[in-house]
Design a protein. Structure first.
Length: 409
């Protein structure tokens, strides 16, 4: 049972990374516009984030140091500051989107205007970060997020033509009515969503929070190779549900309520209720994850005391930074900005910033001075080199495609 509950860190990280508010809508948009022709991107992203998180978790377990501490040391203060600026901005954008996502999910459940839920969401996120132990936070939020498995149940109840879906997924092509540029823009967006740097910041910092050592490397692998594929599976089921129900009806997703339509059609009111619980848990978990990641990045770069295992008075700047992030997120949302749109932009920017975080971890994972005998093996390095090329290509192509396609319009 202890080993089973230990998987919750990976589950929370995976749900926060793959199935936050932006991904719920983005995957549904992809399914409603492209069917399952972009399913291969999710698979590539799952392999990439498993590789990335496994290296960072191993580095944290062996060295006792989180990802951003390593990044500053390897890149130096100036380059590390540029990385901090990019990573922190992406985190702040995502915090804003997730707080809005919690409010949207509560609106879906209660029918009350979502703006009225924003202050409650901010206070709830802060109270959990301030008062709830890390292990309880990850176990409860991660396990409740598993309610999103209802997408898979609804898909089975819908009874699609599995052979046709598999054929379309294995022979991807740009659908008629869509441009190649838009296709590749959404491919990069899905890839960026799967390999968002904050996932690794949270995962490695969580390893330090839980005081992992070399003996916990096996636990780290269990978290990675169960949690992240689970997140990828949930992401795929959202897209496939949209491809089965929304694409034939010509419905293009523009709101969270439309994401729920296939579940309501396949499973009825009970499935819809379960889905709402899962969405609230997933967006709340993502808000916790990104808020903590914002504090982690600042504290680790500037050398502040940090961690939920420390009392707020012992890590005052770490906690103050997170309060400021939540206040800023609330202020941005008060302007009427669309939280879904904020997240869709943030995942593209994540793809741009990804090389700055991936490369230092790859270097350290091969450094005997840090890792001793636990450096990367040859096979891991071959795969890591391939993904480094993919990451660089996605990073370079993201902005031009965003401009050319009008952000996927």
């Amino acid at each position: 049972m202890k080993r089973l509950l230990g998987v919750a860190l990976g589950i929370l990280t995976a749900i926060g990374g793959f199935v936050d508010i932006g991904d719920l809508v983005t995957n549904a948009v992809v399914g409603s516009r492209f069917g399952v022709s972009l399913a291969w991107v999710v698979v590539v992203g799952v392999v990439g984030i498993c590789l990335f998180a496994n290296m960072s978790g191993r580095v944290a377990a062996v060295s006792g140091r989180a990802t951003f501490e390593v990044i500053r040391e390897r890149l130096g203060a100036r380059a590390g500051l540029a990385n901090l600026a990019a990573s922190f901005l992406i985190n702040l954008m995502t915090v804003t989107a997730e707080v809005g996502g919690i409010a949207l999910a509560l609106q879906l459940a209660m029918g009350v205007q979502y703006e009225l839920w924003i202050p409650l969401a901010i206070v709830a996120v802060w109270l959990v970060i301030w008062r709830v132990r890390f292990s309880i936070m990850e176990n409860v939020t991660g396990l409740l997020g598993l309610c999103l498995v209802v997408f898979a149940v609804a898909l089975a109840l819908l009874g699609p033509q599995w052979g046709d879906l598999l054929k379309d997924a294995l022979t991807p092509a740009v659908p008629s009515g869509e441009s190649a540029g838009t296709y590749w823009y959404y491919a990069i967006a899905l890839f960026g969503a799967a390999m968002t740097p904050y996932e690794v910041f949270f995962f490695s910092s969580g390893a330090v929070e839980e005081r992992w050592g070399p003996k916990d490397i096996a636990q780290s692998r269990i978290n990675v190779f169960i949690g992240f594929p689970l997140g990828g599976f949930l992401s795929l089921t959202i897209a496939v549900c949209a491809a089965v129900v929304l694409l034939p009806a010509g419905i293009e997703v523009v709101s969270l309520s439309q994401v729920a339509l296939p579940v309501a059609q396949g499973g009825g009111q009970i499935a819809l209720a379960v889905l709402i619980v899962g969405i609230v848990a997933a967006t709340f978990g993502a808000a916790l994850e990104t808020t903590l990641s914002s504090g982690y990045t600042l504290a680790q770069y500037f050398g502040w005391s940090w961690g939920k295992f420390r009392r707020p008075a012992e890590a005052a700047r770490f906690h103050l930074a997170m309060i400021v992030c939540l206040v800023v997120a609330g202020a941005v949302l008060a302007t009427g900005v669309d939280p879904v749109l904020v997240t869709e932009y943030s995942v593209v920017f994540s793809a741009i910033a990804l090389p700055l975080t991936y490369l230092p971890i790859l270097i350290v994972a091969n450094d005997p001075g840090y890792m001793g005998e636990r450096v990367n093996g040859r096979a891991v390095n071959v795969v890591a080199a391939v993904f480094l090329v993919i990451i660089l290509v996605a990073s370079v192509a993201a902005i031009p495609l965003m401009i050319i396609t009008g952000a996927g319009q």
